[in-house]
Design a protein around this ligand. Structure first.
Ligand SMILES: [Zn+2]
Length: 265
């Protein structure tokens, strides 16, 4: 498998594609103004579709649940990692079920934690194998990332333990991402609100931002590990979690898995 493309180089390459599109548009502006407008509009739309995770142009995504039911979903990306058992301890204490978008690479390191997720009723969903950015990858690469992760989860926790939801690393998608996911049998997922817990602003800030975001249908994005530093903890998120669950209870919001929120099962 080709080495993962990291976030910085992927964004730089996308930027150069954008610069190329602006140059192409400018070169047409005098002789063929309509072509210039079409090129500029297509480039702008592709940019929004790539970097705005809920945008439907590169395929529809589950990014919010129904707003007429008092339910919301906690989702955790990039794990399992050193803080995941602490996250699971809090969820068990609060009697809350959540969704974990796991990386296959991390599943291979922490198979017992994945077994625990499944045993405690959480949903294990797919975040790709190595967190590589998929914007410039073809459908076969996307499919390989998903299948490899699925194999890791099945090795760890047994067959049939994986949800058919896929969240792309950083939510960045290219024109082939949805097709690759579809061919592997996956539906794309994004989120309603991220609280930037990976910037480690402190547990109180993570809890306050999460409490402000929680409403019927909200899919909250949190992190139980680091997509680029496999051994790095996410202790602040684990420490904020009790407060987040209490905030949901105070609003009479039931916290459920994404499949339950979306009515898949
Ligand atoms: Zn991630």
């Amino acid at each position: 498998m080709t080495p993962p493309m990291r976030k910085g180089p992927a964004v730089h390459r996308a930027m150069w594609v954008g610069v190329g599109a602006v140059a192409a548009s400018a070169s047409q502006a005098r002789r063929r103004p309509a072509a210039a407008v079409v090129i500029a509009a297509a480039a702008g739309l592709a940019g929004v579709a790539t970097f705005r995770p809920r945008n439907p142009v590169f395929g529809r995504c589950l990014w919010r649940g129904p707003r007429d039911r008092p339910r919301a979903a906690l989702t955790f990306d990039d794990g399992p990692g050193p803080s995941t058992d602490d996250v699971l301890d809090v969820l068990a204490g609060e009697d809350v079920r959540a969704t974990f978008f796991v990386l296959g690479r991390q599943v291979d390191r922490y198979p017992a934690t994945v077994r625990r997720m499944v045993a405690e009723g959480h949903q294990v969903a797919n975040h790709g194998y190595d967190h590589g950015i998929l914007i410039f990858r073809g459908p076969r690469h996307v499919r390989d990332q998903l299948r490899r992760t699925e194999e890791s989860v099945h090795r760890a926790a047994g067959p049939g333990t994986m949800s058919r939801l896929f969240r792309a690393p950083h939510g960045f998608r290219g024109p082939a991402t949805a097709a690759g996911a579809r061919s592997a049998g996956y539906r794309m997922a994004a989120w309603t609100t991220g609280v930037f817990d990976s910037a480690e602003p402190g547990p109180a800030t993570i809890a306050r931002r999460s409490a402000e975001a929680l409403a019927p249908g909200t899919i909250l994005l949190l992190h139980d590990a680091d997509g680029w530093a496999p051994g790095r903890p996410r202790q602040q998120t684990a420490d904020a979690l009790g407060e987040i669950c209490r905030a949901a209870r105070e609003r009479d919001l039931e916290l459920v898995t994404l499949d339950a929120l979306a009515g898949v099962r």
